[in-house]
Design a protein around this ligand. Structure first.
Ligand SMILES: [Zn+2]
Length: 318
């Protein structure tokens, strides 16, 4: 065999080795492309997935997922995802249509799966803002689940377990690291839960009442012993009526509720008016349905620490 031919064969062998060994190994190691519907889930996926995932989100920090309108770029992102993560409980009603229009056929993780949902109380007179395009009549609204399940850290632990299982299934080679990160994260959720309880325990029971702009803290109130009133229902998609606002101001005066909070995702004007007319004081900003763009609540756990600290400060200041 002459020199040039031998060289050519060696080069070919090297190329084949590259194609058969190196490329598949690279492909297996490429981070799993995860698209999360909103910022709180994106944070959870990043913590549990670590370097095994690359995460993007559809509704970013300070964004309102109740009234989000996906654009073509969002459909393209979903189409190229390896895994899609959403809250469920009808929080992001637009996700089902988006997934369909994107032609995405991969796995969809419902992070709230297994959570015991809080149902809308009987006789609740708020109109319900969820996605009328899906044909929900007003009658069906009663008995529907409150979607804000992440606002109880015990539910957060269920979310983490769902995400852990989905990530391990998608990237079994990273199972040990993913499981370790999920375990460490769960321990931090428990610590944060203890912090929230200790912080709110400083407030006498009769003072544990606050007003928030929309009904996002039902799970939080039930878990941590707080009564939360709001002029708006469980979605920001419907405006509070004049009757809702008047009723809230009457309740506020009768029950001496002074602590009033604005939310990062809502226009503060209505809540400022309620504070003024009901004799309350704006106690600060709570993070309900999105993390902060700034540093104060830019992770799921910081959101809880921030909210608990602000709530306790406002309730004690009355
Ligand atoms: Zn909400």
């Amino acid at each position: 065999m002459n020199q040039p031919l031998r060289f050519l064969l060696r080069a070919l062998a090297a190329l084949l080795a590259f194609v058969f060994f190196f490329l598949p190994a690279q492909a297996a190691e490429a981070p799993l492309k995860v698209v999360a519907s909103f910022s709180i889930l994106a944070d959870m996926v990043k913590v549990v997935g670590g370097d095994a995932v690359s995460v993007s989100m559809l509704v970013g920090p300070d964004g309102d997922a109740h009234v989000f309108e996906p654009r073509p770029a969002d459909a393209r992102r979903v189409a190229s995802a390896d895994l899609v993560v959403m809250n469920g409980l009808d929080f992001e009603g637009w996700m089902t249509r988006l997934i369909r229009s994107a032609g995405y056929r991969g796995k969809v993780v419902i992070a709230s799966q297994g959570v015991k949902p809080r149902l809308m109380a009987e006789g609740h007179d708020h109109s319900h803002g969820h996605d009328h395009a899906q044909g929900h009549g007003a009658d069906e609204a009663h008995g529907e689940a409150d979607p804000h399940a992440w606002q109880d850290l015990a539910n957060g632990i269920i979310y983490i377990e769902n995400l852990r299982a989905a990530l391990v299934a998608a990237r079994p080679a990273h199972a040990v690291a993913i499981n370790a990160r999920a375990a460490a994260y769960t321990a931090r959720l428990r610590e944060t839960d203890a912090f929230v309880r200790e912080t709110l325990a400083r407030v006498p029971e009769a003072q544990r009442r606050v007003i928030t702009s929309h009904d996002a803290f039902g799970y939080f109130g039930a878990a941590y012993g707080l009564e939360l009133l709001s002029p708006q229902g469980r979605s920001t998609g419907s405006e509070a009526s004049a009757a809702d606002v008047a009723r809230l101001i009457r309740q506020m005066k009768a029950r001496e509720v002074r602590a009033v909070f604005v939310e990062n995702i809502s226009n503060p004007r209505m809540i400022e008016r309620i504070a003024r007319e009901g004799g309350g004081v704006i106690g600060g900003r709570l993070y309900s349905d999105a993390l902060s763009a700034g540093p104060e609540a830019d992770s799921y756990l910081k959101m809880f620490r921030h909210n608990a600290t602000e709530l306790a400060r406002a309730m004690l200041a009355r």
